[in-house]
Each structure stands twice: as C-alpha cells, then as structure tokens.
Design a protein around this ligand. Structure first.
Ligand SMILES: [Zn+2]
Length: 642
C-alpha cells in the first residue's frame, strides 16, 4: 500500500477516492464560529473530562493490580474507550495548536495505558484479571473490541500529529493479538458495538499492514448473520439482523449502526469493492431521507438509543445522541471523500451547526447526551459535582454515568479544520465556510495557499483570497448548499449565478491576491415536514442558512406556554439581530376534564415572536423549547370545524 504521509494530520486518510483530505497543518480555522467552539474544547472540555475521568476512576483502572492501583474496576465495561477518545481529542488538539503541556499529558496517559497491556497484546481493564470475567467471554455486551478500536483511533491520531511513538506500538500489539484471536482460523465472533472495523482500516492506512484491513473486512462480512445471542432489542440493535450487503437502511442502535457503516465505507474503498460502497451509500441516503431529524440528529427511540421505523420522528422524544451526530459526520465525510458528491458536505454542515454546536456548554464543562427538539417542562439546574444517570430530557450535565459524548464531540471539533476543504483530481474544493487558511499541494504537486474570510453563518458572504500559487491553471470549486437559492459568485468584478446544491467552478491561472467572492442568500425561511412524519404534521420550522431555529421560553424571562404557540407560515420570517422573528401568538386553552371534547380554539392575535438558533438554546437557565411550531388555522380549516 502506498500510504500517504502517515504524519499528515488527517483523521481519515483513504488511499483512493474522488477527494483527497487535508491535514490539520494544511487547513486551519483562524477565527469565527468554529474557532470559538474549538476554544471551548481547548480551554474547558479537555481538562474537565480529564478531571472527571480521574474522579470516577476510569484512568486509575489502568493501574488495577499495580502496587498503588485500585483493587477493582470502576465505571462501565467501556470506560477504557473514553480515556482513549480523550487521548485522541488531545492529540488532534496539539496538532491544531502546539501545546507542550498537553503533549506531556498525552505521554503520561499513554504510559498509563501501556502499563495495563498484557504480554500477548491484550488490553482491557475490565476483563481477564483475577475476579473479572474471562477475556472475550461477552462479545455481545463486553465492548472489548470496541475499546480496542478507540485505542487504535487514538494511536492513529497521535501518530499523524506527533509521529510514530509508544501508543502506536501499543495499538499494533493489540491489533496483532486481535487478528490472531479473530482471524480467518480463529473465533468467528463479532463485537456487539461496532468500532473496531473503521479503526482497523485506519491502522492499516498508518502502518501499511494488510492483515488489519483483512480483519476489518472479515468483521464486516461476519455481521448480519444473527450470530450474537438473541436479545429483547432484537438483532437489528447490533446491525446483526441482515448482512451488510443486503441491508437497505440503517437500523437499531444509532451509534453502532453509524460506526459500522464508517467501517464498511473504509473497507469498500481500500478493497475497491464498489458494490459494497454502493450498498452502504444507499443505506445512508435512505436513512437521511426517512429517519433523520431536521437538525440532522439520528435516533428517535430512548429505550434502545435506536433508529425507529421510517418517519417516526417525534420531537419531544428525540434521542439524537451527540455521539450519533459525530458518527454521522464521520460517515458523511467518508462518503464525500469516496464519491465527491457535494450533498454529503450539506449533511455535515447540518449536523455541525445543529447538533455538534448544540452539544457543549459555553464554558466547555457540561454537555447534552440527547438532543430533544421539544422540551415541554423546564430543564433543571444541575449541581456541577453530580454524575447524571439518565441521558435525555434534561439540561447539559457536567458528567453522565456514560460520558461518551464529551470526548467524542471534542475529538471532532479539535480536528474540524480537516473537514473544510479537500483536493480533487485537478484542483481544490472548499466545502465548509469559515475564517480559515489553506496551504496545500494540488494532485500534480503545485502549491496553492488561500485564505477564506466570512462572518458565516451570521452572514452569507465568503471571500476567498489566493495568497500563494506556483502558477498555471487549476480549478477552485466551491460548494453551494442546497438551500442557497439565488447564490452568486463574483470573480474580477463579474457576477454569475451559482446553482444551489452543486459545486461552482472557477478555473484560471490564479495569481496571489486574486479574490473570489461567494454570496449565499441568508434570508430566514419556513420549512415544512414530509407529510408522513405524523409527529410534526401541521407544524413548520424556521431555518436560516444552515441553522435551525427554535422558540425558547426561559423561566427567568418567559415567552409563554409554548404548547399554545401558533405561527403564521404565510408571512415570511425576518432577521432580527442574532435571532429571527416570525408572525405568531399564544392561543388560549381552557382546562377541561377531558382533553378531546372541545372545539378548536380561535387563532391568537399575531405579533412578532423571536426565535433563536437551536444551538443557542438552554444557555439562559432552565427553559422550555420547541423547534417545530404549530401553525394558525387557515379560514377554510376553521369553517370546516363547523
Ligand atoms: Zn455519546
């Protein structure tokens, strides 16, 4: 395998595909919306997560049996994986911004992890020691392969930022052990929670060791044959109901299904299996069309953190785990790189602005696990030293018994600049708009450097200025989001229309100082749901650019009872500072002994109702909130009520 630069700082680094990703050194976010979110992680979340992992014993688990270590494992069986995700996030963070103190912390954590590895390469703190269940004795729920996968991902990040080191040695030993135990002549088991699949492929990309790719392909092909024990959630929970090639949609536990799909794309790309790639792309496309919230969130069932049937998307019971949004970004990114289809960049944008940006508190020290689209009772204020057991229907919490989401969102945000742009066979594509600088080489080796400046998403004007080029003609391609009807592009004072939902190409011999201006119309718009989504029929939502808006009623500054909010979809919403205003009002309702007897209420008097970006909700203390807004009754509907 011709591995590209193993230290290139790319979270995903396929050897073939329509697009070539850039590393953290080639694309940097310099200011604006995402720089602020990266600062929140850098200054708050990483230290917060580390402190909690120390407090609840997850780091100390790696010293069980040592003279100063604890006697027993603490936390859930997958706690090791959170430490690995934190190491991964810290690694990308030091790739984004050199930080010797953080690098020392990584080294210290790596030494801790390495101390727990057995001589044969096995590494998991919850299994195999005296008093613990034997190794590999509970593949369905044990998460051993899942944890190993996150270990490998951490090693990939550390290697791509700092170069090969002790963590790569640890991950390689663990991977070799797994290939021996689960190889073609070994156990035919699969892990209840996919993750090992994409991890093994990425480790193959770093090391060039083909057996890791072969093992990932084996795990992919073994799934779907109902080999895990029967469970009340069904085999679909584990994506073990239907072989990967035969499935038509993502189903079951959302994060499991999405991580598996990432591994399937990776295997398909590296083995040149276009049929497998087409199968997983079709599964994702159908999931996006039928099983996804307006925010891009996935998973509408709390009981099993799972996808439900098509069009079952209740706002108030939305699960939409933060981790599912991270996993969906990972999957859409892989599909974008493989196919070059710009619509996958639209998917990523929607997920980033509406779930990822919503997840973490402004100080970085609390986070959402689930993302409701309709909070009926006010969120509560939580003590900052208390671990939360439940995951949904509450405010951002400092820590949960299962705290996958904070390190997961952190690793994505720390590496986010890699998702802004990519090389194609001739030139460069810009796919996400932010204040950023790009300095890279085209496929033919010529250097190009540029800067993008914008107030996006507050404003839709983006200026791209070429800062260096080796000369000669090459195409600069810009994504025009599917919502951006009326977009224009200006080069040398000439303005042309740019079709929404496509890429617009500027091909020329660029010189340093050349500017390309993209204008994306940002007027707020009314969005209506597919009529098959029963839960929000009769409602509309408001979007502006890539951002979904919501009505919020903070306890401290109430808007009113949001159950009674009615808006007029016939009147266009308008910009209002950092919010949007719609025409609407609060209807009245009389309490009755039985809620199904009364006549439909009259339309309320209408005035301007202020909405705020969904990603800003629950930042003003306890509040109720809704994204989907019931509409006023039309005169015809009222008259038919009699
Ligand atoms: Zn999570």
């Amino acid at each position: 395998m011709a591995a590209s630069d193993p230290t290139g700082g790319r979270p995903v680094d396929p050897s073939r595909g329509a697009l070539r990703p850039l590393g953290l050194a080639e694309a940097r976010i310099t200011a604006g919306f995402w720089a602020d979110r990266q600062r929140v992680i850098s200054e708050g979340s990483l230290d917060h997560a580390r402190a909690w992992m120390d407090k609840v014993g997850w780091t100390a688990n790696f010293t069980i049996g040592a003279a100063t270590g604890p006697a027993e494992h603490r936390g859930r069986e997958f706690a090791d994986s959170e430490v690995y995700k934190l190491i991964e996030a810290m690694s990308w963070e030091t790739g984004r911004r050199a930080d010797p103190a953080r690098k020392r912390e990584i080294d210290e954590l790596v030494a801790l992890v390495g101390g727990a590895q057995e001589a044969d390469g096995y590494l998991n703190t919850a299994y195999g020691r005296a008093g613990q269940a034997p190794r590999w004795s509970d593949l369905q729920w044990g998460h051993e392969l899942y944890c190993a996968g996150h270990l490998m991902q951490a090693a990939v990040a550390d290697t791509r930022v700092h170069g090969p080191g002790p963590l790569l040695d640890i991950a390689v030993k663990a991977a070799d052990h797994i290939c021996e135990v689960f190889g073609r002549d070994g156990s035919t088991g699969i892990c209840g929670h996919p993750e090992i699949e994409p991890a093994l492929v990425e480790l193959y990309r770093v090391t060039g060791e083909r057996r890791y790719l072969d093992q990932a392909a084996l795990f992919v092909e073994r799934r779907g044959h109902q080999s895990l024990p029967p469970h009340q959630f069904g085999w679909s929970y584990f994506s073990d109901d239907t072989p990967v090639r035969a499935a038509t949609v993502l189903r079951g536990h959302a994060v499991r299904a999405l991580y598996l799909a990432c591994g399937v794309v990776d295997v398909a790309v590296e083995t040149g299996d276009d049929e497998l790639l087409a199968a997983v792309a079709a599964q994702f496309d159908r999931t996006w069309a039928r099983r996804t919230y307006l925010t891009g969130g996935m998973g509408s069932r709390h009981m099993d953190e799972a996808f439900s049937d098509d069009f079952v998307l209740p706002s108030d019971r939305a699960y939409s785990e933060s981790c599912a949004s991270v996993a969906a970004v990972m999957l859409a990114w892989r599909l974008l790189l493989a196919t070059g289809e710009a619509r996958y960049a639209d998917v990523i944008e929607r997920l980033l602005y509406n779930v990822v940006a919503t997840a973490i508190e402004d100080d970085g020290r609390a986070f959402f696990y689930a993302h409701s689209l309709h909070q009926r009772t006010p969120t509560r204020a939580l003590p900052d030293d208390e671990e939360q057991l439940g995951f949904g229907g509450g405010p951002r919490a400092p820590w949960f018994e299962v705290s996958c989401c904070l390190p997961n969102v952190s690793r994505l945000l720390a590496s986010l600049s890699s998702y802004l742009a990519a090389g194609d066979d001739e030139g460069l594509r810009i796919m996400q708009y932010a204040d950023a600088s790009v300095d890279t080489r085209l496929a033919d080796g010529r250097r190009v450097a540029l800067e993008t400046s914008t107030a996006y998403p507050a404003d839709g004007d983006v200026t791209i200025r070429i800062t260096a080029t080796d000369g000669g003609e090459w195409p600069l391609r810009l994504r025009v989001p599917a919502w951006a009807h009326g977009a224009t592009i200006t080069v040398d004072g000439v303005t042309k229309e740019a079709a929404a939902g496509d890429v617009v190409t500027v091909r020329r011999a660029f010189a340093a100082g050349d500017e390309v201006r993209l204008h994306l119309p940002m007027a707020p718009r009314i969005t209506t749901p597919d009529p098959r989504i029963d839960a929000v029929r009769g409602c509309v939502a408001v979007e502006r650019g890539p951002v979904v808006y919501c009505a919020e009623s903070p306890v401290a500054d109430p808007l009113g009872d949001l159950d009674l909010l009615r808006v007029d979809p016939g009147r266009a919403p308008e910009d209002a500072g950092d919010g949007v205003e719609v025409w609407g009002g609060l209807a009245t309702a009389a309490d009755a002994a039985w809620p199904y007897a009364g006549p439909a209420g009259d339309n309320p008097p209408l005035g301007l109702i202020r909405l705020l970006p969904y990603h800003r909700w629950a930042r003003r203390g306890p509040a109720t909130m809704r994204v989907w807004l019931p509409t006023v009754q039309s005169p015809r509907a009222r008259s038919s009520d009699g």
